[in-house]
Design a protein around this ligand. Structure first.
Ligand code: FAD
Length: 485
């Protein structure tokens, strides 16, 4: 009998758990450890943040799903990793602290044969003084954050309706943030809602980003052929900004946020301030606070995790310049470099290098997007690692690992630009591969046939359909595994 422990019940961990249960017979245990009782379809938090959906519509309780599927669920936070066991036993284990009301703060040791780290990001608001919903800005990263943001947005709408001009700043709260696509989505949903409510005129909407140019999205932008002409995500995004009257501040690192005013540095080294009435700024991400120890109890966190807290896997982490980086540096099996039975997937694995060209201001401040690990690749990684572990349990320890490199994987991303069955819009993008491969595809690094972009009402319908489809899949309802990641 083998036990597989999965840390995290987000897109990656939950996908891995459901597939493992499908691939393994019931003599083997699948255990999920996650601090929240609910699953959250994070992409739809954008709609919660403009009051178009409620927390209930984007979440559901995990325990009944896991009970039905025969998955053991511990509502807990993993805090310590002991991949060699300790002085009393060589059996690897993870130390967890329970978070449910019933068992709050109970410490437990959970032994494992295989471990998947799918803990996603730590929302690192602390990197920027004054950033975050406990300080001077808002967020849509969790349903609670998004609900609070929707309440503040409503107050702005009421003030605008009374003839009071307002400035809304939406974007990223640090020079090294990722997830620019989500900030872009929220900006355009806000703009759309202001128009819907008839209060757009007195509102100034500003998109503040660390991207060097619009349409970068942390993936170095995209180039595709449309009606026989080569176009770029930059041109296409710029035209949307012009059409909707959204201003953009590019290449910006938010240094500090005080009440109603933020200070930022730009790539040319200038430092400026911006006053706001409403600011939704995403935080930078780092790995969660998980420490690792060897059998003697010595701290080996730096051997297993990169300095940014993400887990080192089968990538090439050699330090090189941007032009010397290779698509093959990217990991494909997500196996830990140090322990064969440990894997890191989704946002939890350490990317070997940025995808967008790194840029630094004359003051030495890094201002460029970190590489995104969006929903589709995160789900694919979870499924791939589930296959590898199931094969090793079912066929033997030498069974080859399955592979899914982001440099060989395509992804589709639909960025909502305003919700509404009749007047909604969304930008639908596909890219192949996610990580550009300049040797295989000289020029843009991507296949122009597998890379596309289109904006329109159809995109909104697809985004809405995906909301229901992915929640259906995550609930493991009949045929769930037929829905692709
Ligand atoms: C506002 C927003 C909008 C987005 N929109 C899109 C979109 O439209 N399309 C898209 O493709 N992607 C989108 N993304 C990105 C997408 O949400 C991520 O790619 C995806 O959630 C990553 O999956 P994950 O499993 O790695 O992490 P997560 O989904 O964040 O899951 C991490 C899990 O680990 C748990 N955890 C944390 N710490 C611990 C610990 N110590 N022990 C145990 N468990 C722990 C968490 O509670 C959570 O359950 C968006 C992100 C944001 C923030």
């Amino acid at each position: 009998m083998a036990r597989v422990v999965i840390l995290g019940a987000g897109i990656s961990g939950h996908t891995a758990a459901l597939y493992l249960r499908r691939f393994l017979d019931t003599s083997h245990e699948v255990v999920v450890v996650s601090p929240n009782s609910n699953w959250n379809w994070i992409p739809s938090n954008i709609w919660v943040g403009v009051g178009k959906m409620t927390t209930k519509q984007v979440t559901f309780p995990l325990a009944p799903v896991y009970r039905r599927k025969g998955i053991d669920f511990r509502q807990a936070l993993a805090v310590g990793l002991y991949p060699e066991g300790d002085q009393t036993s060589t059996k690897p284990f993870v130390e967890i602290i329970h978070t449910s009301k019933k068992e709050k703060d109970r410490l437990e040791r959970l032994h494992y044969d295989y471990l998947i780290n799918a803990t996603g990001p730590k929302l690192n608001f602390a990197a920027t003084p004054g950033l975050g919903p406990d300080a001077n800005t808002l967020s849509v990263c969790t349903p609670d954050h998004a609900t609070k943001t929707a309440g503040e947005f409503e107050k702005i709408i009421e003030a605008l309706a009374k003839g009071d001009p307002k400035t809304l700043v939406i974007g990223v709260g640090h020079g090294t943030c990722t997830c620019e696509g989500a900030a872009f989505e929220y900006a355009f949903n806000v703009e759309h809602e202001l128009r819907n409510r008839g209060v757009r005129e007195l509102a100034t909407v500003i998109y503040l980003t660390n991207e060097f140019e619009l349409g970068d999205f942390g993936v170095g932008g995209m180039e595709f052929v449309q009606n026989g002409f080569v176009t770029t995500s930059k041109m296409w995004t710029e035209s949307l900004f012009r059409e909707r009257g959204v201003k953009a501040i590019l290449g910006a690192h938010v240094e500090q946020v005080d009440e109603g005013v933020l200070t930022y540095e730009q790539l040319d080294g200038s430092k400026l301030t911006l006053s706001f009435d409403f600011a939704m700024l995403l935080p930078p991400f780092r790995g969660v606070d998980l420490r690792a120890y060897d059998q003697g109890g010595d701290d080996i966190t730096s051997e297993i995790f990169a300095p940014n807290g993400f887990m080192k896997v089968d990538a090439d982490y050699t330090s090189r310049t941007f032009d010397d980086w290779n698509a093959s540096d990217w990991p494909s099996t997500y196996q830990s470099q140090k322990y064969e039975n440990v894997f890191g997937v989704g946002i939890a694995f350490a990317p070997p290098h940025p995808i967008s060209r790194p840029r630094t201001s004359p003051n030495g401040t890094v201002i460029s997007p970190a590489p995104p690990r969006t929903g589709m690749p995160s789900g694919v990684m979870g499924k791939t690692v589930a296959r590898s572990i199931a094969d090793r349990i079912n066929l033997g320890e030498d069974a080859p690992l399955h592979k899914a490199s982001m440099a060989k994987m395509g992804a589709a991303c639909i960025a909502s630009a305003g919700a509404g069955i009749k007047n909604g819009t969304a930008a639908a993008m596909t890219m192949y591969p996610v990580v550009p491969d300049y040797q295989r595809f000289p020029g843009s690094g991507r296949d122009s046939k597998g890379t596309s972009g289109e904006i329109g009402l159809g995109g909104h319908w697809v985004k809405l359909m995906l909301h229901y489809l992915f929640i259906y899949k995550a609930k493991a309802l009949p045929g769930w595994y037929r829905i692709p990641e």
